[in-house]
Ligand binder design. Sequence first.
Ligand SMILES: [Zn+2]
Ligand SMILES: [Zn+2]
Length: 137
Amino acid sequence: MADLANCARCDKLFVKSSRSICRDCIKEEDKKFEIVYTYIRKRENRQATILEIVDETGVEEEVILQFVKDNRLRSTQFPNLSFPCERCGEPIAKGKLCASCSNEISSDLRQQQEIEKVKRDNENEEKNRARTYFTRK
Ligand SMILES: [Zn+2]
Ligand SMILES: [Zn+2]
């Protein structure tokens, strides 16, 4: 039996595939991609930013961002296709965070892990001490 899922865009039930949106929405998206791609493929538009594309094509910013994130529009080919870092808003071309934010987050994470470890060690020590106390008694 086919797996059904709700389309992430229009919420309609559809037969699940590798995409999270239904056929109609994929078709709709492909049409938008065609429009955007036709626009940016032109030599004079290669340097366009996402906002310029939105203005020129009428395709929603969010949809264009998705194309970039999906690598359908490559930032290597179109250098100004960037989107904001989810943390600080710096323009980035891939992933969710800019390099400095992802560095910061991973060092935060490491710190957090250190703290957790020390806490665990203390707790263990405490438990050990309690046990020693009991056996002595
Ligand atoms: Zn849909
Ligand atoms: Zn950032």
